[in-house]
Design a protein around this ligand. Sequence first.
Ligand SMILES: [Zn+2]
Ligand SMILES: [Zn+2]
Length: 154
Amino acid sequence: MTDWKLPWNADCMCGRVRMRVTQSPLVAMACHCRGCQKLTGGAYSLSLMLPTAGFEIEGETEIGALHRPEQPYVFCAWCKNWLYTSGIAGGQFVNMRPTLLDDASWVVPFVESYTSEKLPGVVSGAKHAYAQFPPPEDYPKLIEAFAREGARPA
Ligand SMILES: [Zn+2]
Ligand SMILES: [Zn+2]
């Protein structure tokens, strides 16, 4: 598919960290787990899984949240906005927060995880739901389906 209208620009709340996406996302996800609820202060987190090679970042960042060395949560050093999680699949991918995109109006999660911890009344719009994370063997078909059917910029 070539209709992603790349590149996309993004920034944090204060604008000190700028990001640029130059390659198509693999999947858009919502996570309802308790950790995401606490980290975002919202009902769930949104993630866009991107090839690390297609993700550029400029500005001062720092590691926060659980300080996991293998999959660090990366924040703006000044406004502390959660930007992305790196180290996905051994560093091949990053999970970026798509709400930071200059145009986030098209973003709809395709898969939702941890519906076992979902708050009552919350509807994410995802087509595929999992009680926890999808098992690794489901990712290839989810990624293939997202390439065909996933929401993209208008
Ligand atoms: Zn989560
Ligand atoms: Zn900032």
